[in-house]
Design a protein around this ligand. Structure first.
Ligand SMILES: [Zn+2]
Length: 120
């Protein structure tokens, strides 16, 4: 997922997610024309759950997740730390899981000096 999007970009991406979910539901109903209301609802609920997880990831990960143009300095030696990667972790939500991410920095000099910068 592209990170650090503008609000406008995030909204556009969300509309794509919603459109894809609805389109898949249309296809599913085409393939199951005899489905009862309850079956349609069950199908829609699962897809909504998946979409909600993606929506929350977009809402949160699409903003600042700790990456800094000016790298943070090591608390131990004062040298600039190096960006290593984005670390992800799963959050259990009310309806489903969401993968959140934070920038992860390490000090090239000191063993074990790592940092997940807080939000500014
Ligand atoms: Zn250091």
């Amino acid at each position: 997922m592209p990170r650090l999007q503008s609000r406008h970009q995030r909204e556009a991406t969300f509309l794509e997610l919603a459109q894809r979910m609805y389109s898949e539901l249309e296809t599913w109903y085409d393939d199951h024309p005899q489905a009862s209301f309850g079956e349609i609802e069950t199908e829609a609920r699962q897809r909504r759950r998946d979409m909600k997880g993606e929506m929350l990831a977009l809402l949160i990960n699409g903003r600042d997740v700790g990456y800094q143009l000016q790298p943070p300095v090591c608390a131990q030696c004062g040298q600039a730390m190096e960006f290593e990667k984005y670390r992800g972790w799963q959050v259990k939500g009310l309806e489903g899981d969401t993968e959140l991410q934070r920038a992860y920095y390490v000090c090239p000099q000191c063993e074990g000096q790592t940092l997940f910068p807080p939000r500014p």
